[in-house]
Design a protein around this ligand. Structure first.
Ligand code: M3L
Length: 264
């Protein structure tokens, strides 16, 4: 099983993430709060996404990454491989994402002398507290919504990327760096635009363990959110998600292609 894709996925994901982190946190307060934790988590998550994607394509089309420019896979194969990568990465992402959402929503000012300590002191403490209070399954709160969010939308991600590269590259040639940047950026936007409705639901379910409201399940969360706030609730964060998606995914795809290319 070719392993380069996993390593390239890790490094490129980390580079993209450094760019995207301030966007991710600007929804709340404190720009670079918790930067080291996402770097570690992206190591697992992005390498699973790109590694599984590429190996699924290898299984479906019997072509390696290098051969795919000369013999491009069909978009159906790209979509299936993207969905497979998305599905598996969602499960690896679930506990990391839960901790991220819990920490980022913890916006109390830094403890003053005498004020109560924050509920979570950091990612490890957060994981341990959730584990203690809710058991191992607690760490997978919202995982189902996350899987539904990521499976089809990562299929869309790779199809958009491949399609845009194909549009602006002569047959059989490698796309230029500018093409990779633009195609990667738009792949990120398309994927995030389609993922945003379930992203809202996912985050609410992840916070539900802490807040007063409890949902009976995903559908209950959808229905009660729409009842209280109208359909607009599904577009919360759409602008910031898209603004973040372009630079993050432009850099992710550029470094991914560059690394695989330079490793031959
Ligand atoms: C599928 N969905 C749009 C939710 C995520 C796409 C992930 C791509 C990249 N790691 C990023 O953070 O933008």
């Amino acid at each position: 099983m070719p392993a380069e894709e996993f390593v390239a996925g890790w490094i490129s994901g980390a580079l993209g993430l450094v760019l995207g982190h301030p966007f991710d946190t600007v929804k709340l307060l404190g720009f670079f709060k918790g930067m080291s934790f996402p770097i570690v988590s992206i190591a697992v998550v992005n390498s699973v996404l790109f590694g599984v994607y590429s190996n699924a394509l290898l299984a479906l089309t019997a072509t390696s990454h290098q051969e795919r420019r000369a013999q491009p896979p069909s978009y159906t194969h790209v979509f299936i491989a993207g969905c497979t990568g998305g599905f598996l990465q969602a499960y690896c992402l679930a506990p990391f994402d839960l901790i991220k959402v819990r920490l980022q929503n913890q916006t109390e000012p830094r403890a003053q002398p005498g004020s109560p300590p924050p509920r979570y002191r950091g990612p490890v403490h957060c994981a341990a507290s959730i584990f203690q209070a809710e058991g191992p399954r607690g760490l997978f709160r919202g995982a189902w919504a996350l899987t539904l969010r990521d499976t089809p939308t990562l299929g869309i991600y790779f199809v958009t990327y491949e399609w845009l590269c194909h549009q602006s590259t002569p047959d059989g040639q490698n796309p230029s760096s500018a093409t990779v940047l633009v195609a990667g950026g738009f792949a990120g936007i398309t994927s995030w635009v389609t993922a945003t409705p379930l992203d809202v639901i996912k985050s609410r379910m992840q916070m539900a363990g802490l807040e007063q409201r409890a949902y009976r399940g995903l559908l209950d969360c959808v229905v009660s959110s729409v009842r209280q706030e109208g359909l607009g609730v599904f577009f919360r964060g759409l602008t910031i998600n898209s603004a973040r998606a372009f630079p993050v995914n432009a850099v992710t795809f550029l470094s991914y292609e560059y690394l695989l290319h330079s490793w031959g």
